[in-house]
Write a protein that binds this ligand. Structure first.
Ligand code: SF4
Length: 299
């Protein structure tokens, strides 16, 4: 069995910078304590556990505006997913020091939304319900941004097709959004389209599809809550036509998947720490030498 290390994979620049920033802040004696992270720094339990070891408190939940009420003093960190203006204001009202780890690509989308709203556009935001990124983006222009997951979600909205814009979440799949955008264009020929899928997401997905074509199956290392990891599984299945499995770590690999596999691809979401992916690769390489005797969880 051959193991194909799909590249690029794993941590993106936004996540690398966010993790570095929080570590620096946690180690700086001048930082006001306690340090709260508003939401999970990235959607990966291993990355969150690493910050736990620095004494950083991760406030887990869907609504940033509610979560910030749990931070009564010290410092609050905004994650790479970005926050709405209301959350920034609340942090200021509460007298919290702020460390902003918002990814520059997300900030760019927020700026775009504010500009479009200022220019009188109604905005359709294609994103995943319950994910923090749409929450922050919609909060940039309350009442003017409508979250949709598919074109069908736009049916019930009373939309003026003349000043209509569509903006995408950064971690979706190009293939997914293309279909939704095509349908929206059919219904609203004048709709203006802003594809905000970030380069890191796009490159990882394109590499996974291209390199999966030479594999019997692909293992995606990532957390079930990570949108970009789930999208990697989706694009391998739908675009490359290969089986793909999401695993949080080596312990979740089912040896049955490997029974008839000659070539196994490995990739990782942009929120997955490299050591976790390395363990998976090492396990698979060991498996190819030892066959079925290799034991997941020991890797
Ligand atoms: S996935 Fe893209 S938008 Fe999100 S943190 Fe990484 S680079 Fe930034």
């Amino acid at each position: 069995m051959q193991v194909v290390r799909i590249t690029p994979r794993g941590y993106c620049y936004g996540v690398v910078d966010a993790m570095k920033l929080v570590r620096q802040v946690a180690e700086d004696p001048k930082t006001r304590k306690p340090i709260f992270v508003l939401g999970l720094i990235v959607h990966n339990r291993h990355a969150v556990e690493e910050l736990d070891r620095y004494g950083v408190i991760s406030l887990d939940g869907e609504n940033r505006l509610e979560l910030i009420e749990h931070a009564d003093r010290g410092t609050v960190v905004f994650t790479a997913h970005g926050v709405s203006e209301a959350v920034r204001q609340r942090a200021a009202e509460k007298g919290l020091d702020v460390v902003d780890a918002t990814c520059p690509d997300v900030t760019k989308t927020h700026d775009l939304i504010r500009t479009l709203a200022h220019d009188g556009y109604t905005i359709l935001y294609i994103g995943r319900r319950g994910h923090p990124e749409p929450e922050g983006a919609m909060g940039e222009a309350p009442g003017k941004v409508h979250l949709i997951e598919t074109a069908a979600d736009a049916h019930d909205l009373d939309l003026d097709g003349r000043k209509l814009a569509v903006v995408t979440q950064t971690t979706l799949s190009r293939w997914d959004t293309e279909e939704t955008i095509r349908e929206l264009r059919n219904r609203y020929p004048k709709i203006e389209v802003f594809n905000e899928i970030c380069l890191a997401t796009q490159l990882r997905q394109e590499a996974a599809v291209r390199q999966a074509e030479h594999c019997d199956l692909v293992i995606v290392v990532g957390d079930t809550r990570s949108n970009n990891s789930n999208r990697l599984v989706q694009v391998v299945r739908e675009q490359a036509g290969r089986p793909a499995y999401l695993v949080d770590g080596v312990h979740e690999i089912d040896p049955h998947w490997l029974e008839d596999a000659q070539t196994v691809g490995v990739t990782a979401g942009s929120s997955t720490p490299s050591p976790i992916t390395r363990e998976v690769i090492q396990f698979l390489e060991q498996y190819q030498m030892d066959g079925a005797s290799a034991n997941p969880g020991q890797g």
